[in-house]
Design a protein around this ligand. Structure first.
Ligand SMILES: Cc1cc2nc3c(=O)[nH]c(=O)nc-3n(C[C@H](O)[C@H](O)[C@H](O)COP(=O)(O)OP(=O)(O)OC[C@H]3O[C@@H](n4cnc5c(N)ncnc54)[C@H](O)[C@@H]3O)c2cc1C
Length: 596
């Protein structure tokens, strides 16, 4: 157990070295600020490295495209829950941030004329839904890998300080509610440190590990969400979790949508390309929530494949071995390693798998964390920013379009970086640290060491994951979600008494795992409580009880539910705020029924 608390001072502390954290840190280090980036793992092992398919930007390198189409697709893909000012900002900035990466040396695939190669992706269309368009800028099926390494190298050159294998524990807020830094544990020594900063940026990625079957890395435990929740800040739209249609059956590992972008198709047990029936225009490239639902429908109606009729097939062999090895080499390896299938010869079994969190810590388009005061006013939390998957700005609404996340990291990472530089220029002095700066974190650690309950972190974590999978999975019912609310509340009590096994030889990694459960439970409870309260189907939140009807097409009830959810940890309560329908310069995309 740590006894020593040392203090260090920086201009900016960034928690997270994924794409969003490193895009922001680059902006700051280049401006000469003293910036510390903390990461639980080596920066290039952050989950961004696993992104396969691409970065969305309307470069128009293959066919005519422009940001207006991208804007429309994003709002429609998000089932009209996105804030349209943020969406406009992102889609307009997209080409700029992709060219920035190109100039940094990112090894994009190329067309014969030297321009960046772009592939089609789910929900990407030209002329407002008329036909599919190639918008995903790709480096084979290793786009995130190429991007993260590029950003890391640039940060090293710009002299960003990395604190590798450091786990941020809690935000430090002063009496005025301003954020003045974080506490963190150095994993090697177990020492707790106070990192004081004029601004703190959370870039901790998603919380996909609150579910049992997920495409996410094991480190994606929602630490930033937990830190925000414990500091009294709300979490927004947490009921919306994206299921990726093509997780390897039985393993959950992702097969990029780039497969279907390159021409792969989904088949049922009759060998039928069923997406043609559900989405005549976009077929297999309809948005993810829609495709996942269609797959489930096929399985429910008895056309699933395999002995248990519990999956469908993704067929790639008609693309030819040459295209597969050039454009989808990692998918080939995944097929071999996780399904024992040679995808150049036979189809691979797939099921929808948890993939991406649309909700998160609410921010404005500068990345500043906001809390709601009333229905129209957002109040900024001084000194605190959030970007990337842990944040909710909200561009993805109720369902994210493929490739818009990597884009979100770049656009808002850069924007937050620029805004922080301004903030730091205006605020020359650090604010004082409160006396009790480290108390909360030290108490959390002391609790682990003193508990004699026999309640262990991994048992509780596994129960959280199983409950979330069962009660807030791809297909939800009101009854099951209501039961989930009760179960997660019980699990929250168990979390409070977690202790360490065999205290005489505890490693710090065991402490880290136990501390992560404090974060898992916040993300899980935010999700299940927000989900059970939303009495409609919208985007990724599909509830059997709220099915398609004449009054509520697709089960969506705009009159009552066209609003953002805010979950408050302190009293496990909810409040709501309006969706920003007004873009920055163009006309809004008015509410419409979503068909493809
Ligand atoms: C398999 C897969 C494929 C994907 N493919 C695509 C794609 O093709 N296109 C697309 O747009 N999106 C894709 N996505 C989504 C996208 O990759 C992620 O949303 C995005 O990379 C998240 O980036 P991030 O910077 O927010 O966080 P991450 O990359 O997850 O990084 C989080 C960072 O926070 C650090 N961290 C977390 N907690 C702490 C703590 N307590 N203390 C210190 N450090 C901490 C971690 O160490 C890590 O450095 C994919 C996602 C997955 C899982």
């Amino acid at each position: 157990m740590a006894t020593q608390v040392t203090k260090r001072k920086f201009d900016v502390v960034i928690v997270g070295a994924g794409g969003s954290g490193m895009r922001a840190s680059l902006q700051l280090a280049r401006a000469g600020l003293n910036v510390a980036v903390l990461s639980k793992v080596f920066p290039t092992r952050s989950h961004t490295v696993a992104a396969q398919g691409g970065i969305g930007a309307s470069l128009g390198n293959m066919n005519e495209d422009n940001w207006h189409y991208h804007f429309y697709d994003t709002v429609k893909g998000g089932d009209w829950l996105s804030d349209q000012d943020a969406v406009e900002f992102m889609c307009r900035e997209a080409p700029k941030v992709v060219y920035d990466l190109e100039h940094m040396g990112m090894p994009f695939d190329r067309n014969p004329d030297g321009t960046i190669y772009q592939r089609p992706f789910g929900g990407h269309t030209a002329n407002y839904g008329e036909k599919a368009v190639e918008r995903a800028c790709a480096a084979a099926d290793r786009t995130g890998h190429a991007m993260l390494h590029t950003l890391y190298q640039q940060n090293v050159a710009a002299k960003t300080s990395f604190f590798v294998e450091w786990m941020a524990l809690d935000l430090i807020r002063d009496a005025e509610g301003d954020v003045v830094g974080v506490t963190a544990m150095e994993m090697e020594t177990g020492d707790v440190h106070i990192l004081q900063a004029k601004t703190t940026l959370l870039a901790t990625g998603g919380a996909g590990r609150i579910f049992a079957a997920s495409t996410n890395a094991f480190i994606n435990t929602g630490d930033g969400l937990g830190m925000a929740a414990r500091a009294g800040l709300p979490l927004q739209d947490m009921e919306f979790w994206q299921f990726h249609p093509t997780g390897v059956h039985g393993a959950g590992v992702l097969l990029t949508e780039g497969c279907r972008g390159e021409g792969a198709i989904l088949l049922n047990s009759n060998g039928e390309r069923f997406m043609e029936r559900y989405a005549p225009t976009l077929k297999d490239l309809a948005p993810r929530d829609f495709v996942s639902r269609c797959m489930d429908q096929e399985i429910k109606e008895g056309r699933g494949c395999g002995p248990n009729k519990d999956h469908v097939l993704l067929k790639l062999d008609h693309l030819g071995a040459e295209t597969i090895m050039k454009r989808l080499p990692s998918v080939f390896e995944i097929g071999h390693n996780f399904a024992n299938v040679d995808i150049t010869r036979e189809p691979i079994p797939v099921v929808p798998t948890i993939h991406y969190q649309m909700g998160g810590i609410p921010t404005n388009i500068n990345g500043q964390v906001v809390t709601k005061k009333d229905d129209v006013t957002n109040t900024v939390v001084n000194g605190l920013y959030a970007v990337g998957e842990c944040s909710c700005v909200s561009v993805h609404g109720a369902n994210r379009l493929g490739t818009n996340s990597l884009l979100d990291l770049l656009v808002f990472g850069r924007a937050a970086g620029n805004h922080i530089v301004e903030f730091n220029n205006k605020n020359k002095e650090h604010k004082d640290l409160p006396k009790d700066a480290a108390d909360l974190s030290l108490a959390r650690l002391a609790r682990l060491d003193s508990s004699t309950s026999g309640e262990y972190a991994q048992d509780v974590a596994n129960d959280i994951r199983a409950s979330m999978q069962l009660h807030a999975g791809v297909f939800r019912t009101q009854k099951s979600m209501d039961e989930g609310v009760v179960k997660i509340a019980e699990l929250r009590e168990r979390v409070k008494s977690i202790g360490l096994k065999d205290k005489s030889k505890v490693f710090n990694t065991a402490r880290i795992e136990a501390l992560e459960v404090d974060n898992l439970i916040e993300a899980a409870q935010a999700t299940i409580v927000s989900a059970a309260a939303r009495h409609e189907s919208r985007g990724a939140h599909t509830v059997d009880d709220y099915a398609d009807s004449a009054e509520f097409p697709n089960g969506r009830n705009d009159k009552e539910w066209h609003k953002h959810t805010l979950w408050h940890s302190a009293d496990n309560s909810l409040s709501y705020k309006s969706v920003q329908m007004k873009p920055l310069t163009v006309d809004s995309v008015p509410l419409k029924v979503r068909t493809f």
